[in-house]
Design a binder for this molecule. Sequence first.
Ligand code: UDP
Ligand code: MG
Length: 318
Amino acid sequence: MKKTITVIVPCYNEEETISFFYEEITKIDKKLKANLELIFVNDGSHDNTLLEIKKLSMKDKRVKYISFSRNFGKEAAMLAGLEAANGDYVSVMDVDLQDKPSLLITMFETIEKGEYDCVAAKSVSRHGYSFFRKIFTKLYYKIINKLSKTKIVDGARDFRLMTRQMVNAILKLREYNRYSKGIFSFVGFNTKWITYENSERIAGKTKWSFWKLFTYSLESIVSFSTLPLSIASIVGIVFFIISIVLIIVIIVKTLIFGDPVAGWPSLVCIIFFVSGIQLCCLGIIGQYLAKTYLEIKNRPIYIVKETNMEDYYEKNFK
Ligand code: UDP
Ligand code: MG
C-alpha cells in the first residue's frame, strides 16, 4: 500500500505565496510514490491567507487547514501540524518556496530505505539574508554550540521529513518555550542531512525582523543550556577571590605605610563595575525564572479557531 506523507505548512500573512506553493507541491505528485496530505496552519494572519487556503481545500480533498485565534508564532504552528498529522511520514515546509518542494522526492526515497529516521535540509548559502544577519547567524551557531549539549547544526532548516516514530517522540516534549531546531536534535534518531542552495522567497516579506531573531536566539540559549547560570556563579566566585586579595593588600599596606584617605575615584569605579556584574547575573537568573514561570502556568501553546480536521479538533479541544 502507498504510504502517506503529511506536509505541514505554517502560514502567516502569506496570501501571495500560497497558490505558488500549491502549484509546486502538486507538481511533484507524479514522481512521488506516496500520497500527500497538506496541512496549512494559518497562524493568525491579518490578510486573506485563510481564504486562499479554503479555496484550495474546496477543490482538493487533500488540503486540510488549522486556523489559530491569533498569531502564536511558527513554533506553535508546527506543533499544531505535528499533532494533527495522520501520515506515515511527516514533513515541515515553509510556504515561501525557500524550501524546495521537489526535494521531498529525494527525502522520501532516502527515508524509505529505512536507514534514517529523518532527512533534513541544510542550506549552504544564505541567499536573501542581509550581510548583518549572515554574520549574526554565524556567531549565534558558534555560541549556542559552545553552550548547549544538544547539537544545533549550522544552516539547518526546519524543512525535513520524519518518520511517525520520531514525530511521536517530538510530541512528548510539551514545553511552552519551543525551539524546534533544538527539539529535533534532542529527540535523537538518525538524521541524514541534505545540503542545498536556498533561494529568495517567491513573494511577500520575511516575518523575522532582526530584533525578533535576536530575542529568539536568546530564548533558544535559555531553552537548551543552563550554562549561563553556571557562568554567573563562577563570575561571583572569581570576584570574591579578587576582593579577598585586595583586602589583604590594603591591610598590609596600611600597617606598613599608614595610608591617608585616598582612592575615592577608584572606589566609585569598583562599585559601578561590581554592581554592573551583579545586575547582569541577576538578569540571567531572571531569564530562567521567567521561562520557568511561563512553563508552570501551563497555558495552551496555541488556540484553534477553525479547522476542517474534525477528528483532530474533537480529540484535542472538545
Ligand atoms: N510563519 C508563521 N508564523 C510567524 C512567522 C512566520 O507561521 O509568526 C511562517 C511563514 O509564513 C513561513 C515560515 O514561517 O511559511 C517562515 O517564515 P519566513 O519566510 O518569514 O522566515 P525566513 O525564511 O525569513 O526565516
Ligand atoms: Mg522564508
